[in-house]
Structures are given as C-alpha cells and as structure tokens.
Design a protein around this ligand. Structure first.
Ligand code: NAP
Length: 245
C-alpha cells in the first residue's frame, strides 16, 4: 500500500532514485535536500506529474533544529508520515586515520550518523502514535567490513547498522519496522572522484563484475519500506553485486 515518505538527501543519487520509485508506486514524497535546491525542485516537479504530492524541503540534517523542522514540515505537507528513509550522507577523501582532521571526523559523523538520530528522534513519536510505519536507513558495505582509508565513514556506517538493529527491537511492539540497505559501489556523484583504473579494479572485485546503478539500491529501499516486507525488521540488505558475501 502506498503512503507518505520522507527521504533525506533525495536531491541526487540513491535518494533521488528512491523518490522516483516511491512516486511511481503512488507514494507522496517529501524530498529533503541541503545544497542542491534546483535539483530537488526539478525532481519535485517531475514527480508531481505522476499525480502524487512531492515537496522539496531544505534542511541540513546534521543540525538538530533543522532536522526537527524538516520532519515537522514533511508531516504538515503530507498530512503525516508512514515511512522515513534516512539516506543523506557524505564521504571524506580516502585517507589514513592519522591524516584525518578532527573537523573532518566530526563533519562526517554529523552528516552520516548524528543526522539520522536527529531526524528519527523527531519522526518516531508520530509513527508510534499511528502504531504503524517503516524506517529504512542507508549504511554501506564499509559499515559491515570496514574499508581501509575509510575509517570515519566505516565507523559512521557501522553505527547506522547498530542504530537500525536497536530501533527494530525498540519499535517492533509499536508495529514499526526498521531495516537497512548496505550498498556497494553505486554510480553516483559520491564516486565521481574514482578514476577509470579505480572503477576497473572495483568491478574486478565484484562477483557480478560491474558497478551498481542508483535505481538498484533504491529498489531495495522501496521494498523494505513497502508491505511486501511486512514481516522483515532489523535486517541489513546488501545491494553490492556480491562484494560482501
Ligand atoms: P550523493 O549522490 O553524493 O548524494 C548525497 C545526498 O545526500 C544528496 O542529496 C545531498 O544533498 C544529501 N546530503 C548530504 N549531506 C546532507 C546533509 N547534511 N543534510 C541533508 N542532505 C544531505 O550520494 P549517494 O551515493 O546517493 O549516497 C546516498 C547514501 O548512500 C549515503 O548515505 C551514502 O553514504 C550511501 N552509500 C553510497 C554508496 C555509493 O557507492 N554511492 C555506497 C554505499 C553507501 P545536497 O546535494 O542537496 O546537499
């Protein structure tokens, strides 16, 4: 059954692909963005053509007040929420832990982990009142395996998995499911810095022999949000072409 979903970081990449898939399935969508205003507005206009409500909402999720304001505005615009997708995230340049500046560590944690806490803290009371809902978080294969020269990112993404599992236990009795998607290498701006040689090496390491498309990660998000996953909670679904088996 279609419902009302807030997706953080939906202006580009996996979040934007998820917004399109939700809308195609009839969901109303709140499209959160931080800096990509035009992209978010264009996406909202595109989705409105599918006869669903699609509202772009600016908020930096790493700021607790903006995160709370985002949830309130999404609830107001869509008349409530049935699902929250915590997808917004950033990565740092690949570097040794010892070269990572304190400011970089804090910025990464704020965007990728703290932001999830702020958004969910604001959204959960509404879901609990309805006694129904779904939460989908977006981690990474590095949150499962750890990535060399990706310590801050790996730590934040492992935190996302811990948060997902804890919340699945906490919110199950309120009929709220909480699951996580852990993508491998997906062709988005986040990987724009990779050289053709890097990409070739990553493909080589991947059993399916290629990089994923944002829509492929988004399919898993929409599945876990939907009633098709009605008895699934606390799970991490890898969408990585077999990179982590
Ligand atoms: P992307 O193309 O770089 O898009 C990132 C999105 O997050 C943008 O919409 C951006 O919004 C938003 N965002 C970043 N910081 C934000 C903040 N503080 N507040 C609100 N929005 C913020 O990245 P992506 O590849 O789609 O990544 C989406 C998620 O998948 C991330 O959590 C990422 O860690 C995870 N992931 C990606 C890959 C991959 O290979 N691409 C692999 C594993 C996991 P603005 O542009 O409006 O600022």
């Amino acid at each position: 059954m279609a419902g009302r979903v807030l997706i953080t970081g939906a202006s580009r990449g996996i979040g934007a692909a998820a917004a399109r898939l939700f809308a195609r399935e009839g969901w109303d969508v709140a499209i959160n963005y931080n800096s990509s205003r035009e992209a978010a507005r264009r996406l909202a206009a595109e989705l409105s053509g599918l006869e669903v409500r699609a509202v772009p909402i600016r908020a930096d999720v790493s700021d607790p007040e903006q995160a709370e304001g985002l949830v309130r505005e999404a609830e107001f615009s869509l008349g409530g929420l049935d699902c929250v997708v915590c997808n917004a995230g950033i990565a740092l340049p690949q570097q040794l832990l010892t070269d990572t500046k304190v400011e970089q560590w804090r910025r990464l944690m704020s965007a990728d982990l703290d932001g999830m806490f702020y958004v969910l803290k604001a959204a959960i009371p509404g879901l609990v009142r309805q006694k129904r809902g779904a939460i989908v978080t977006v981690s990474s294969m590095w949150g499962l395996t750890g990535g060399s020269c990706e310590a801050a990112y790996s730590a934040a993404k492992a935190g996302v998995i811990g948060l997902t599992k804890a919340l699945a236990k906490e919110l199950g009795p309120s009929n709220i499911r909480v699951n996580c998607v852990a993508p491998g290498v997906v062709a988005t701006d986040m990987n724009g810095h990779l050289t053709p040689q890097d990409l070739a090496a990553l493909k080589e390491e991947t059993p399916l022999g290629r990089i994923g498309a944002p829509e492929e990660a988004a399919q898993a998000v929409v599945f876990l949000a939907s009633d098709r996953a009605s008895f699934i909670t606390g799970q991490v679904l890898n969408v990585d072409g077999g990179m982590v088996i």
